[in-house]
Design a protein around this ligand. Structure first.
Ligand code: GLY
Ligand code: MN
Ligand code: MN
Length: 497
């Protein structure tokens, strides 16, 4: 058994035991905690409406939305913490707040009362202060008191130590649903409690799934705050892309230039926001044809393209998801330009289809038709465009663009992804939705069916859009899209030869 600290947390065997004189000495001589309460988070203006909608959807039931805990990387080292998206959406907390917290909506006559259960900071007289490497002030900084967390979120707050009793109350008479994936330990405890109360496993699972689907669907249309955050994320991402372009000569010179690019973007993401919203794809040359190339260990060569798919996740956890495919030297070759222009035409078609009243799947249908038409024009399709586009008898074009054109975007890069086709792919576009439009063409160096001049060229152009009343607005407009505009923009950033 590993050594435990005084809160029964495992501690490193490197930590020396604490002497009695140390324990007497450590709590004294500190300035008192400020009694000034923090300002409410900007999101806290919007979270009550989100919780009210949730309350109306599940009247009379206890709803449990955990933040989730720290995930162990190895031994006493954890991965950076990120709360579950549903928790962040309903509490307005972002950044690294708040490990192990749980939002509970308790049914009342008027709807629900929301309480945030979390582990408030322990007083300095408590061993947590110095001995708890996960939560102690000496290790991770000063965390909130109950009153401070309440001021930040606008929520009633209670100590996590009172959670289990609150959750077990009246389970024979009221329903309980939990976001299962957020906190496996809590979910198992709730499964036991519900089973003891006579609720079958099937009923539990169905109830929980319905809650999770509802929560995903509730984020399909973004509110004003979310849209503003997406604008920030796109603007910060554009800055990161420009800084990458400035660093291209350095990336070439150093070798493993893809990593240099990843690092430069990551620096700006970390500086401007919380982090990258997903692992950066930094793909030079033929690596662009590996759709999720995140190894990023290749060189960058002048004359090649660099496909950079990257997004800044701002402190509120909303992320951009933008791709630009850039000529490393600043100028496209004719073959690169030919592929780029085909992808751009496909993107324009997708953007034109991205309007209220159309279906989500219309965006892909419009883009992929243009892709298939170009492939046919270039003599690559072994069948007609129409046959290739027939899902039953065709699909040949997918050899060169196997992915979809769009996805919802928000706090999760693939936001609302649990929804079934009727609520996602086949659903009608509505103002307030935020999506990507990201067609591509990928000609692997090993693809003997394409002319030699195209082999090793991969292009994706990905923008983030807001569906408006009349069409869409490109939130990632800061970055150029046409080949001429890309070259002109790069010329302002690359050092003159
Ligand atoms: N970066 C992942 C995607 O574009 O969906
Ligand atoms: Mn995307
Ligand atoms: Mn992307």
């Amino acid at each position: 058994m590993s050594e435990q600290n005084e809160q029964n947390q495992p501690i490193s065997s490197r930590m020396n035991p604490f002497s009695e004189p140390f324990r007497a000495f450590i709590p004294v001589g500190w300035a008192p905690y400020s009694d000034e309460l923090p300002a409410p988070t900007p999101a806290s203006v919007f979270t009550p409406a989100r919780r009210t909608a949730l309350s109306s959807a599940f009247p009379g039931e206890r709803l449990v939305i955990p933040a989730g805990g720290l995930k162990q990387r190895s031994n006493d080292t954890d991965f950076p913490y990120r709360p579950h998206t549903a928790f962040a959406h309903l509490t307005g907390l972002g950044g690294d707040q708040e490990p192990d917290a749980v939002l509970v909506l308790e049914p009342t006559d008027a709807g629900h009362a929301a309480t945030l259960y979390f582990s408030p900071r322990a007083p300095r007289t408590d061993a947590e202060f110095y001995s708890n490497a996960r939560y102690g002030e000496m290790w991770v900084g000063q965390r909130e008191s109950l009153a401070e967390m309440s001021a930040l979120t606008g929520l009633d707050c209670a100590p996590i130590s009172t959670l289990d009793d609150a959750l077990a109350k009246n389970l024979g008479t009221i329903g309980l649903r939990v976001v299962r994936e957020a906190d496996a330990g809590l979910t198992s405890r709730l499964d036991v409690l519900r089973t003891e109360a006579g609720v079958s496993e099937v009923v539990q699972a169905e109830a929980d799934t319905a809650l999770e689907l509802w929560l995903d669907a509730s984020r399909l249309i973004k509110d004003e705050f979310e849209i503003e955050q997406m604008r920030h994320a796109c603007a910060a991402t554009a800055v990161g892309f420009a800084e990458v372009v400035k660093q291209l000569p350095e990336a070439i010179a150093r070798g493993r230039g893809e990593r240099w690019v990843e690092g430069v973007f990551g620096l700006h993401a970390r500086h401007a926001g919380n982090a990258v919203g997903y692992e950066t794809i930094s793909a030079g040359g033929d690596h662009a044809n590996t759709l999720h190339w995140i190894r990023n260990d290749g060189d960058i060569h002048p004359g090649d393209l660099l496909l950079l798919d990257a997004g800044v996740e701002v402190d509120s956890l909303y992320t951009a998801d933008i791709t630009r495919t850039l000529p490393v030297s600043g100028t496209f070759t004719p073959a690169q330009r030919k592929v780029y222009e085909a992808v751009l035409a496909a993107q324009e078609a997708g953007l034109a289809a991205a309007k209220p009243g159309n279906k989500f799947s219309d965006i892909h249908a419009a883009s992929i038709r243009v892709i298939a038409e170009h492939l046919h024009e270039w003599g690559l399709l072994p069948v007609s465009v129409e046959q290739s586009l027939d899902p039953e008898t065709g699909g040949h074009h997918r050899r060169w663009m196997v992915h979809g054109t769009s996805h919802h975007l928000g706090m999760d890069v693939h936001d609302c992804a649990s929804l079934p086709p009727a609520e996602y792919r086949e659903a009608t576009l509505q103002p307030g939705m935020v999506l990507t439009v990201e067609p591509g063409l990928y000609f692997k160096a090993t693809d003997l069916l394409v002319p030699e001049e195209l082999r090793g060229i991969g292009v994706r152009i990905e923008d983030d859009i807001l569906i408006t009343e009349t069409g869409n607005e490109i939130l990632s407009h800061h970055l150029p899209r046409t080949p001429d505009a890309v070259e002109a923009w790069m010329a302002t950033l690359l050092p003159r030869a």
